[in-house]
Design a protein around this ligand. Structure first.
Ligand SMILES: Cc1cc2nc3c(=O)[nH]c(=O)nc-3n(C[C@H](O)[C@H](O)[C@H](O)COP(=O)(O)OP(=O)(O)OC[C@H]3O[C@@H](n4cnc5c(N)ncnc54)[C@H](O)[C@@H]3O)c2cc1C
Length: 342
């Protein structure tokens, strides 16, 4: 177990915000974590479990304990079905390391979630998603430790309440209470490309690849190429990916928009709801590429807010409020941040 006092967090959040925490604890086993939970220092201080900080915005120094997992082992679990593979994966493993390794082994399902930053533990909290797939689709259960009592509990898929970028672990009731230790996944030994996302089909055509010909590695490579072309690299320009969630609105709201705009991009959710890309709403408000001091709306992907250098958490938060305000004024739609404000 590694414990550091007054740890600077600049390299522990992809926005590159210069904040610090009272104590940082990196645990390597459940035993480590349990002994720390019993530790009096922890009992008297607030705590925050982080992964790679790729979805966090520190508004000020964190006067408490920041916990990180160094449990990174992957173990194959028994399965009764010959066509499936069951894995137990440590919460501290990098998500994309897992994706790459499953493809190497011939275990399929996660390819559309290639190159998403962060850890496996956070993926189960956030229900990360991209290109028509979500982590929750493959999660069989999540094994956690309660950070107050030390209780070990495995949450079955249904108990995780997965929804768009949401899970039980993000609910007001559970927030901050559980450390995700292992994520248990169910993958397939047969590759069935998920090409539900239009841009993927276009990209296949562009590369003269037929859907039935595409290999898992080719699909991963395509996704990596698209992501690199449209998202800023946090190592170059601080950011946390999509800052806002895409709003899901009633069909009546969408119908009203269509009367005023020639083309309103949208995805069907169900008979009565549609999802509208927040990026489009932000761009219509003229925010694409605009800055407020050291915080800016990215000039290629307006859903991403970036740190131009030296921004404080408050600067990014103020920019996000200004963008939200304008979108609400113009469209009457409230866009909610996806990023966790700390
Ligand atoms: C360039 C870029 C692109 C991105 N693209 C996408 C995308 O396509 N799709 C998408 O869904 N997201 C995307 N994101 C957001 C981000 O990658 C995910 O939210 C990711 O899951 C965060 O992982 P993390 O380990 O960095 O978690 P953190 O940001 O450190 O934490 C996120 C949340 O999870 C909690 N948490 C973390 N680890 C644990 C644990 N072990 N136990 C309990 N709670 C925990 C934290 O308390 C916090 O609430 C992107 C981010 C960036 C920077």
């Amino acid at each position: 177990m590694k414990i550091k006092e007054n740890q600077n967090l600049r390299h522990f959040n992809t926005f590159g915000i210069d904040a610090s925490c009272r104590l940082m604890v990196e645990y390597e086993s459940i035993k480590d974590l349990l002994s720390f939970i019993k530790d009096i220092r922890f009992r008297n201080l607030p705590h925050l479990h982080i992964g790679e900080g790729s979805n966090l915005l520190f508004l000020k120094d964190y006067d408490g304990v920041v916990l990180r997992s160094a449990i990174r082992q992957t173990r194959q679990l028994q399965s009764d079905r010959p066509d499936e593979i069951r894995l137990q994966v440590g919460g501290g493993l990098k998500w994309d390391t897992l994706v790459a390794s499953t493809l190497r082994h011939g275990w399929y399902g996660l390819e559309n979630l290639s190159l998403i930053p962060g850890t496996v533990g956070a993926a189960a909290v956030q229900n990360i998603g991209a290109y028509g797939a979500e982590a929750g689709d493959f999660i069989e259960s999540v094994t956690c430790i309660n950070l107050q009592t030390g209780e070990r509990r495995t949450f079955a898929h249904d108990e995780c309440h997965y929804a768009y970028r949401h899970s039980y672990f993000k609910s007001a009731e559970a927030w901050g209470q559980w450390a995700v230790i292992y994520v248990n996944l169910r993958l397939s030994r047969h590759f069935t490309p998920n090409l539900s996302y239009g841009r993927l089909r276009e990209e296949l055509e562009h590369r003269s690849l037929k859907p039935e010909q595409v290999t898992p590695q080719q699909l991963r490579d395509i996704i990596i190429d698209i992501r690199r072309s449209k998202l800023p690299d946090p190592r170059v320009q601080g950011n946390a990916g999509s800052f806002f969630k895409n709003p899901i609105v009633g069909r009546d709201v969408y119908e009203k928009l269509v009367k005023h705009y020639e083309r309103v991009p949208h995805f069907e959710v169900d008979d009565t709801h549609v999802k509208i890309p927040a990026a489009w709403l932000i761009e219509q408000c003229g925010w694409k590429g605009k800055s407020m001091g050291t915080a800016a709306v990215h000039d290629v992907q307006p859903l991403v807010l970036v740190n131009l250098g030296g921004a404080k958490g408050r600067d990014i938060a103020e920019l996000s409020e200004a963008v939200r305000h304008d979108v609400s004024e113009r469209f009457g739609i409230d866009i909610q941040p996806e990023v966790n404000f700390i």
